[in-house]
Design a protein. Structure first.
Length: 205
């Protein structure tokens, strides 16, 4: 699939933090199909393909603003291809880590189901962790510092079961923005849970 020619003026415009929506829309209409096709050739599909396509576009704009594209040093096709490769590699690493995490959770669940008599300590530990999650979710949900997008992602994708991609489509924002927001919020929840459990187990608690 041959990429369309990109005027150097368009790339310079995108590098400008004050770039207009029309310039961005023009670039997306030209290159989003190509980016999606390249990622599909690298084995991505479904939600991973859509989220990675948005990730490439976001990274491209950041790269252009940090280091403007120099047509004398490289073709734009090569420049864009490097970003596509990085995003695809990062996605595969992330998905592999997620699969390992789910496998660990599944193994733990199987052990729990096949254990006829979990110890009192294990039951108390599980109850403590569940209680800590409830507290952490409530604390973060009530945080007045959450912006509208963070609150929408928290309610729909953490407390609820809506996919970030679907929420982004409903809100009219980039899918990658919703995905990254969810990841950061989940990291906050995990950190808060760990802090609560550590505090409850300290000698001074």
């Amino acid at each position: 699939m041959k990429p369309p020619d990109t005027p150097c003026t368009l790339l310079r415009d995108l590098a400008d933090p004050e770039a207009k929506e029309a310039q961005w829309s023009r670039f997306v209409s030209l290159y989003e199909p190509l980016i999606r096709a390249w990622l599909a050739l690298r084995g991505l599909a479904g939600d991973a393909l859509e989220e990675s396509t948005q990730d490439v576009l976001v990274r491209l704009v950041r790269a252009l603003r940090n280091s403007p594209f120099d047509a004398a040093r490289a073709r734009f096709r090569t420049y864009l291809g490097c970003i596509v490769d990085c995003v695809a590699r990062d996605r595969f690493r992330h998905d592999a880590a997620e699969r390992r995490h789910r496998a660990d959770l599944d193994a733990h669940a199987i052990d729990a189901l096949t254990d006829p008599a979990p110890s009192v300590a294990e039951r108390l530990d599980l109850q403590l962790r569940l209680a800590a999650y409830e507290v952490a979710l409530g604390v973060i949900r009530r945080d007045p510092a959450l912006n509208d997008l963070q609150r929408a992602v928290f309610d729909a994708c953490i407390l609820g079961e809506e996919r970030p991609v679907d929420l982004a489509r409903r809100l009219g924002c980039l899918a990658n923005t919703a995905v990254q927001t969810r990841r950061r919020l989940l990291a906050r929840v995990r950190a808060h849970v760990d802090a609560l459990i550590e505090g409850s187990q300290s000698p001074e608690a």
